[in-house]
Structures are given as structure tokens and as C-alpha cells.
Write a protein that binds this ligand. Structure first.
Ligand code: SAH
Length: 355
């Protein structure tokens, strides 16, 4: 700003806020629409907004920043075409985004924080703790720039990368509204999933917004003893409290919950666990996504055997619980669930990776 304080992040402003700001500078309302559309297309500065008069571009540049992510590394899975992108943030921190290709379009898995403080026993993203929340503009840029760098049209978003989205509640909600804006990236809420380790107040607050996105809850165990061993947050919000919040969410929004269940050998994958989970979910309309744990060398836990996964899935479906077994896309490039981690930032950069 002209008075020497930090410039404001223009890309985190919602369309009506941007309009109010520009109107207060004496500009006509349609300028806000122009600027918003440019930002959503991924311009890195005001000079890229070529249909704005030069004087206006200069005025905006004096007051506002356009925070952008810089691509540092790109890896493509030889197995399934999954792409993992490492980004440098304006303050030098790094995060990762994954793009998965499906027949029906591409899904971008974005990070919501630099690191994570939830401490799940099987996850690499939490190893260094939480450094900071991502700004809405940074999450938005993960989507925009992943599309630009890979040349893919992004049709779905999952908030399942690094971080706990509901631990960055306001930032994430603002991001959702930005990416959903018709004038912008315009991804419908029904094409967005948000995954949480089960922060009850956050689930309730999200329910109040009634956004029509898909809520995924990382359950990973049907009983407190097992779940607390895998997820320290369970000591605060136990299985009953999480399930009650899920029921409230469903009542408020009419959207069924999807439960994530990473199968950890001899830990949460026994017939007893399957029966307990089936009993809890029977008749709730919930959907369970089973995924064999992705091995994270720092963690020491092992994935369940394929037989165990099949038996577990059968117990659930025999009880009328819908269940799918998720493929582990991108595992050859450490892009699979729970494998994203800051240590990647230390690997040397190769120019050719970006081509
Ligand atoms: N913090 C959020 C979202 C990030 S993790 C959450 O907890 O849901 C996205 C999913 O990957 C979660 O279900 C998480 O528990 C799971 N996950 C983490 N590490 C994993 C691993 N090593 N193998 C399989 N899934 C894992």
C-alpha cells in the first residue's frame, strides 16, 4: 500500500469484495469482473491484464499483490499418469499438489496447510508439524496452475493433500467460494470433496454453510482404542462424537458422508474391526472407501494383505454398507495418500522435470 504497509492479496478477495474495493477507488463495477477473470486464468501480475488501461494496472500494483506459486518439480507416474507437483510459495515454503487422471476427467488433490499438526501415526505429511495455513489464493493457485502446467482441464477437487482443511477453516471456506465462483474457475461444489480427521466443531460449522460438497471423514477405526493409537486427535473427539457430528451433517445438508479407512496390517483390519464398523454404519447410508495403507518408511506400519482387504470389504457389503476399494494412484512417485511430505523439497530441482 502507498503508506508502506504490506500490499493486500487481491486473489483471496471474493468477487463482491473485489467490486467493493475497486468501487472505493472510484472505478466502475465492471472492472472488478475483468480483474477477477484475469486472476482466475492465472495471470502472475497486473501487467498481464492487457485490457486494463496502463494507469489502472499501475494503481492496482501499488496496492495489491497477486500471490503465485512457482513450480519447482514435476513428477509423472509411469504406471497411471498421476502427476505430482511441488510448488514454492511466495515466502519460500513448499507444498505439493497431485493430479489424477480418470476416464471422466482430472481430479486435483490439493494441500490446505504447510505441514499438519494432527499427528496421525501413518501419515508423512504431519512429520514436521504445521508451519502455517495456506492462503485462499494459494489453494486457488494450486488448482489453476496445476491445470496450466499439466495442460489438463480440472473437473474435480479433493482437499486431501497436506494439512487438515478444517484446521484452516476460514481460509478453506473462502477458497471454496473462490473456486466455485461462476466468473472464475467455476467448479461446482458437487465436484469437490473435503477430507477431515474429524474436527467436530469444524464439521458442525461446515454443515451450517450447507455447501453441497462431499464430506469425507478419515475414520480408520471403529473403536476408540484402535483409533487413538492411529490418530491422536481421537483422544479429543472420539468415535462417538465424530459419528454424531456426521449424523448432524447429513441431517443438515442431505449429503451422505464418505468414510476413509486406511487398512493397517493387524491393527485395524481384523474381522472384529470389520464387524464393529459394519455395526456402526449399517443403515446410515454412509459410504466406505478402503485403501491399503501406503507404506511410509518413517512410520513403520504395514499395509494389510489383499486378502484381508477383500474380507473386510465383504463383511461391510454383506451388512448393506456400500464400500469401494481405492486404487493407489501415483504410488511409484510417492504421490499416494499420506506420502506427500516436505522432505521432497530438499531433493535437487531438475529443469527437465518441468518440461
Ligand atoms: N487431514 C485430512 C486430509 C488429508 S489426508 C484428513 O485427515 O482426512 C487424506 C487421506 O489420506 C486421509 O484419509 C488420511 O488419513 C489418508 N492417509 C494418510 N496417510 C496415509 C497412508 N500412509 N496410507 C493411506 N492413506 C493415508
Amino acid at each position: 500500500m502507498p503508506d508502506g504497509t504490506q500490499k493486500r492479496d487481491i486473489k483471496s478477495l471474493l468477487p463482491d469484495e473485489l467490486r467493493a474495493e475497486l468501487t472505493s477507488l472510484g472505478l466502475p463495477g465492471y472492472r472488478a469482473g475483468q480483474v477477477f477473470r484475469w486472476l482466475s486464468r492465472g495471470v502472475t501480475g497486473f501487467d498481464g491484464m492487457t485490457d486494463l488501461p496502463k494507469a489502472l494496472r499501475d494503481t492496482l500494483a501499488e496496492r495489491y499483490d497477486v500471490p503465485c506459486l512457482t513450480p519447482e518439480r514435476r513428477q509423472t507416474s509411469a504406471r497411471d499418469g498421476t502427476e505430482k507437483l511441488l510448488w514454492r510459495l511466495p515466502d519460500g515454503e513448499t507444498v505439493e499438489t497431485v493430479l489424477m487422471r480418470y476416464k471422466h476427467g482430472s481430479t486435483v488433490c490439493i494441500s490446505s496447510q504447510v505441514g499438519c499438526r494432527m499427528g496421525c501415526a501413518f501419515c508423512a505429511s504431519t512429520l514436521g508439524g504445521r508451519v502455517r495455513d495456506l492462503a485462499p489464493s494459494e489453494m486457488l493457485d494450486e488448482v489453476i496452475r496445476t491445470g496450466l502446467v499439466t495442460g489438463q482441464t480440472v473437473s474435480n477437487i479433493v482437499l486431501m493433500g497436506i494439512g487438515e482443511p478444517l484446521d484452516n477453516f476460514d481460509g478453506v471456506v473462502r477458497f471454496l467460494r473462490l473456486v466455485n465462483a461462476p466468473d472464475g474457475v467455476n467448479i461446482g461444489m458437487r465436484h469437490i470433496s473435503l477430507s477431515t480427521c474429524g474436527l467436530v466443531e469444524g464439521i458442525d460449522a461446515l454443515a451450517e454453510l450447507d455447501l453441497q460438497l462431499t464430506l469425507s471423514v478419515s475414520l480408520h477405526a471403529p473403536d476408540d482404542e484402535t483409533r487413538t493409537r492411529l490418530m491422536p486427535i481421537n483422544a479429543k473427539y472420539g468415535v462417538d462424537a465424530v459419528m454424531d457430528a456426521c449424523a448432524r451433517y447429513f441431517r443438515r445438508t442431505g449429503r451422505r458422508i464418505s468414510f476413509e479407512y486406511a487398512m493397517v496390517r493387524d491393527t485395524n483390519d481384523t474381522p472384529r474391526h470389520a464387524a464393529l464398523l459394519a455395526a456402526r454404519l449399517r443403515g446410515t447410508g454412509a459410504h466406505v472407501n478402503l485403501i491399503r495403507l501406503n507404506y511410509v518408511s518413517e512410520r513403520g506400519l504395514m499395509p494389510s494383505t489383499e486378502t484381508r482387504v477383500r474380507e473386510f470389504a465383504k463383511t461391510l457389503s454383506d451388512s448393506g454398507v456400500t464400500v469401494t476399494v481405492r486404487r493407489r494412484l501415483g504410488s511409484d512417485i510417492d504421490a499416494a495418500c499420506g506420502q506427500l511430505r516436505r522432505a521432497d523439497a530438499k531433493k535437487p530441482l531438475a529443469k527437465k522435470d518441468m518440461e
